[in-house]
Design a binder for this molecule. Sequence first.
Ligand code: FAD
Length: 415
Amino acid sequence: MKNGVVIVGAGHAGVQAAASLREDGYDGPVILISDENELPYHKPPLSKTFIKDAEAKPQPLRGEAFYTGSAIDYRPGIRIDRIDAGRLDIAGGGALAFDHLILATGSRPRTLPLPGSDLSGVLSLRSLADARRIRDLSAQSEDVVILGGGFIGLEIAATLRAAGRTVTVVEAVDRLLGRAVAPVVASHVRQRLEATGVRILTGTSISKLEGENGHVVAAITSSGERLPARMVIVGIGAVPNVELAQGAGLTIANGIRVDHQMRSSVPEILAIGDAASYRHWFTGGDVRLESVQNATDQARLAARTITGHADAYSAVPWFWSDIGDMKLQMVGLTAGGDSHVVLGDLPDNKFSIYHYAGDRLLGIESVNRPGDHMLGRKMLGAGFSPTPETVAIGPEGLKAALAEFQTMEPAKVRA
Ligand code: FAD
């Protein structure tokens, strides 16, 4: 009798891994464990639509029937405490044996050690339970302060502003969106958010939070300004949940270190999604990516590793974010770029930036130009790097160049 595969974490990565094991013909037991008491759900809508709509329901990743129909033993509300030579210890008692273990434990919000951060009304957003808290409190909060001008902070800012709140974003560095997008995209996002009435303070930190009767009432900036706030949302990034892996002695390097087939330093234990770090085939650099695409593609590969069909991980990374009236879509990894070409029109709120390192296309950032994004995924997926001159011709020129590239002899393509 096989002990089967145990998957810890039923987010985007864990659920996809369970589904892919069955799709790949794995017939042993599959146990999917979550410390949340929910049917596994989509995370991206939480910061976009869910928190402004009192009637919004969570969007399940799969219907309930999927788990029973696929013989996936889904066990909610269970926290795994420890891994010990081929078995898992369940918090509160009990143990589970496994042949393979997939750690899909995700990440959690980074915390800010700040006087007043333990006041009620100081929240962060990772889970459905967090989103419900934000939604409930937002219904009674005129003033909201958001710490952190990253994707999640700005999505929440746009959503709550559209719901009529007074929103201030406080970002410690001198620009929004860290190094995730080009400066031109970051300043475009800033201008459009400010035009809707969101106040944005960059190069500013919060020195303390003030409370009354245990509830936050204001955030005090480093320059001494008092920002009234009935709700403060801390959105300053995420840290990977590696403690379980660390306790088992797995190699950790900004995440659970895995090889190109998602194996950790102990081969029968795999790690995927936000919790996993690896050397990326595309840049040769070490990365830990936080995106739905990364979670689901790694999950598919982990299942193939277990069923003995794995290739090396070679997915092209992509990501999206909806901030107010801007659909941002990114494909590739653009760190290390030294030049770029712009297609489209910034004042029209529709443009794409093609990033190059020398003559190699590294990636594309698009705002409201989904066609460019989809074509970019095809080009990078095919290993095609158009010249900046071809990009400047526009989508039709690029499509034709890609089609020509795909008809070339493989030897010529490699050259
Ligand atoms: P998660 O989805 O976080 O799942 C991990 C699960 O493991 C959690 O349920 C956790 O509670 C559980 N767990 C952890 N430790 C244990 C344990 N010891 N025992 C039992 N269970 C455990 N990505 C995009 O590409 N586009 C977007 O627009 C986007 N928007 C986002 C908006 C929000 C509000 C958030 C929070 C994330 C967003 N992301 C977006 C990122 C994306 O959701 C994550 O990259 C993705 O969820 C990662 O999947 P995962 O399965 O690795 O981790």
